[in-house]
Design a protein around this ligand. Structure first.
Ligand SMILES: [Zn+2]
Length: 270
């Protein structure tokens, strides 16, 4: 049977974590995303230059692309202290335009630590979390191999809305994330990546968001470079793992995303 929902774009979906500044042929990628039902994309930045691009893209695609400004642990290796300060000032100066702060976080892969040690990463992470707390902005967190430290720093910062994107960490930390009312987001790797699949299985729908992290390359045998439209893969894989209808997963994750980023269409209950 043909699933006509896909063709009619009945799903309303939000890609909550996309590196649009790195996507080729962006106008087409955005049109294709709309065709599968995307109603919003959160474009995340990672350093001064990419934050500028993200602001530009969001301006050009108003009411569809929403900017989040970030300071990624991978970028720290290329930045001296004054560039970090400049980026923090940039984030604060543009905080009204940003629907969130991200991508930020810690990465304890040894190649990343070799370029920016744990202390430097933590210092930068604490600074952006402080901004998020002060301006009550949600954060999109990269926590590779640093799940516990990342969670602890977010919690200590008092930030109320946090999404641990593409979560593949320990179940013990995941339980703390859920207990705190934080979120994890599902990428297209939900189709095949064991640790990510386990995390999705263990997370209630009310703590889940969908994303693509495009233009990341996914796939085991057949590889492809993700674009925002591939959020449909995240949706289908989550629905399959949780044995729920795609419709239910789409509705709830979109409601979660609209509320999380306080996007138009989300009505605050008085
Ligand atoms: Zn990312």
């Amino acid at each position: 049977m043909i699933d006509c929902r896909m063709n009619t774009g009945i799903y309303k979906l939000v890609d909550t974590h996309a590196h649009l500044d790195e996507v080729e042929d962006l106008d087409k990628a955005i049109d294709d995303g709309k065709r599968v039902g995307l109603v919003a994309i959160i474009a995340v930045g990672q350093d001064y230059e990419s934050n500028l691009k993200v602001l530009d893209i969001a301006e050009k695609h108003k009411n569809f692309v929403y900017p989040a400004l970030g300071l990624h642990p991978w970028s720290l290796g290329n930045m001296d202290a004054s560039k970090v300060d400049l980026t923090l000032r940039q984030i604060e100066d543009n905080i009204e335009k940003a629907v969130g702060i991200g991508e930020i976080g810690l990465d304890y892969d040894k190649r990343v630590i070799a370029r920016a040690d744990k202390e430097r990463q933590k210092e930068a992470f604490k600074s952006v979390l402080e901004l998020a707390g002060r301006y009550d902005k949600p954060v999109s967190v990269h926590a590779r191999y640093s799940w516990k430290d990342s969670f602890d720093l977010v919690k200590a910062s008092g930030v109320k809305r946090a999404a641990f994107h593409w979560y593949t960490g320990f179940s013990s930390v995941l339980r703390e994330i859920i207990n705190e009312g934080y979120f994890i987001s599902a990428t297209p790797a939900t189709e095949y990546h064991d640790e990510h699949r386990r995390a999705i299985r263990e997370t209630p729908l009310q703590n889940l968001l969908l994303e693509t992290d495009c233009p990341v390359t996914y796939g085991r045998e057949t590889k492809y470079q993700a674009r925002p439209a591939d959020v449909i893969r995240s949706l289908k894989a989550v629905a399959q793992i949780k044995d729920m209808s795609e419709n239910v997963v789409a509705d709830k994750t979109t409601e979660n995303a609209l509320k999380f980023f306080d996007l138009p269409g989300w009505t605050k209950k008085v």
